[in-house]
Design a protein around this ligand. Structure first.
Ligand code: NDP
Length: 485
């Protein structure tokens, strides 16, 4: 490996790095230069078996510990992540290409928040006591057993922690399979958890493409699957999990609306649109990529947006001044550029960007289309790149119907100074996460997840506990048992 803080082998199983060069090689490409910075190997069936066996072996003793004991380890890991934020952020930038300006505040730190929050919650997980006259029922909140986490490539540290923290807090073991595009960061999370005192086997990381994920999902010893990925992958993984009646959490894609009313503070709305379209070079599931702007302020909004985009600092993602970096891969950049071509062919007005940037790595310009119509491909499909579609509207009822006319339901935002309108619109959005006069905040304290095809289940917050534990009811009779014969 060419860079020091990088992990030393492909997999992390039973408390240690494990290598098996018989697996398919996975080149790790630094998106800012296109250089291969490491080569990892996909898990062979023997590696998958080792990961499952070690996780199952470790889980029962972990579940038997008190929540406070489990939580202490998670909180220690959170502190260590914060202490090592710089190195972890550099690694995140190597993995994803996202600017250090972002990774140093949004990735390892968000992972640490999850470990701290669920570590804090672990000691207060309880069942219930239900009185039935002289008799009663009590419920035990029990772990599910072995959970599998499968990650997308946009937030490799955060996704690993958002899944591991509630799973471990509830007494489960987890095997995590990162995206093959960004395999490095989850290994560091595993290393830190062990250093913080997590018993071996409880958080194993195995690398591989979709088929490694599939072999985990279909294994009878796995009790739950949590996927962050696209809707098509979600359909496959959900169906495979259904075969074994496994618990699932599905965090899938989106094409979220952002509505800017005529009374909105234009600068704040432009800031929201920038955050919701160009942060992480647009590679965020909850992005508000359909920006509906009231006709009366449309030109003012577009003019201000174009001015603000001139301030983007595009360049070396390791430079702390850089605020817009490359896309994760040549392939993802090409997908986004193809959508730009489709937008132009469909007659949308390209008002900013649209081109690949002539330099090494996978850079394209932040791109804005105006005069976008609802039926255009760029208004219907998730692009997962820095391409904003601006659509006009005139009244609230019309824009609500159009905003909700999508298979997705991950997020939605509204910018207005009118308090009652803001809450009315938020109530009518068909989306799991809604924003009023802001966009894309994701604090660990609040539930995060999708409606409609954007997913099932919720990550973060106390809600996640219900997705990583199950209730057992225990009936207790004080008197004699009556039977019919
Ligand atoms: P993919 O759906 O392509 O992949 C997601 C993960 O699933 C990868 O690790 C992939 O492995 C794995 N996988 C693929 N096929 C299977 C299978 N049959 N069985 C098990 N695992 C499989 O998503 P991307 O990585 O391209 O990420 C982008 C997508 O993720 C976007 O749609 C985005 O909206 C969504 N996303 C959703 C978020 C949310 O919280 N709702 C957050 C972030 C992203 P590999 O790629 O290595 O082959």
């Amino acid at each position: 490996m060419s860079y020091d803080p990088q992990p030393t082998a492909s997999h992390f199983i039973d408390g240690a790095y494990v290598e098996d060069t018989n697996g398919t090689p996975i080149p790790v490409i630094y998106p800012a230069t296109g250089e291969t910075i490491a080569t990892l190997y996909a898990a062979t069936p023997a590696i998958v078996e080792q990961a499952i066996t070690s996780a199952r072996k470790a889980q029962a003793a972990w579940a038997a510990m008190t929540g406070t004991e489990r939580g202490r380890i998670l909180r220690r890991a959170a502190d260590m992540i914060r202490e090592r934020n710089h190195d972890l952020s550099v690694l995140e930038t190597y993995d994803t290409g996202k600017p250090y300006q972002e990774t140093s505040v949004a990735d390892a730190t968000s992972g640490a928040d999850a470990l701290e929050y669920f570590g804090g919650l672990a000691g207060s997980l309880t069942g219930e006591h239900i009185q039935l006259g002289e008799d009663w029922v009590y419920t035990r909140r029990e772990a599910l057993g072995l959970c599998v986490g499968i990650g997308a490539w946009n937030y490799p540290t955060q996704i690993a922690c958002w899944k591991a923290a509630p799973a471990l807090a509830c007494g489960n073991a987890m095997i995590f399979k990162p995206s093959e595009t960004t395999p490095l960061c989850a290994l560091k999370v595993a290393e830190i958890l062990i250093e913080a005192g997590l018993p071996a086997g409880l958080f194993n990381v195995v690398q591989g493409m979709g088929e490694v994920g599939q072999s985990l999902v279909t294994d009878a010893r796995v009790d739950k699957v949590s996927l962050t990925g696209s809707v098509p992958t979600g359909r496959k993984v959900y169906a495979a999990a259904a075969e074994g009646i496994k618990h699932v959490t599905m965090e899938l894609g989106g094409k979220s609306p952002m509505i800017v009313f005529e009374d909105a503070d234009i600068d704040n709305a432009v800031s929201g649109a920038i955050l919701g379209n160009f942060y992480s070079s647009g590679q965020i599931c909850s992005n508000g990529t359909r920006v509906f702007v009231h006709r009366d302020i449309k030109e003012a909004f577009l003019a201000r947006l174009s001015e603000r985009l001139e301030n983007a600092v595009i360049g070396d993602p390791m430079d702390p001044d850089t605020s817009f970096g490359p896309m994760v891969s040549e392939r993802q950049m090409q997908i986004a550029l193809d959508y730009v071509a489709k937008g132009e062919a469909e007659g949308a007005r390209l008002i900013y960007g649209g081109k690949r940037i002539e330099r090494d790595g996978f850079y394209m310009q932040p791109t804005v289309f105006a005069d976008v119509k609802d039926d255009m491909v760029i208004a219907r499909e998730e692009i997962f790149g820095p391409v904003m579609a601006v659509l006009d509207f005139e009244d609230e009822a019309e824009v609500m119907a159009r905003a909700n006319a999508t298979e997705f339901g991950l997020a939605a935002g509204v910018f207005t100074q009118n308090l009652t309108r803001a809450h009315r619109v938020a109530a009518r959005f068909e989306a799991g996460t809604c924003y009023i006069n802001t966009y894309n905040d994701a604090p660990v304290e609040a539930p995060f997840g999708g409606m409609k095809n954007s997913g099932v289940g919720r990550e973060n917050s106390k809600a996640a506990i219900n997705h990583y534990s199950q209730l057992k009811s225990v009936y207790v009779r004080m008197g004699d048992v009556e039977a019919p014969f």
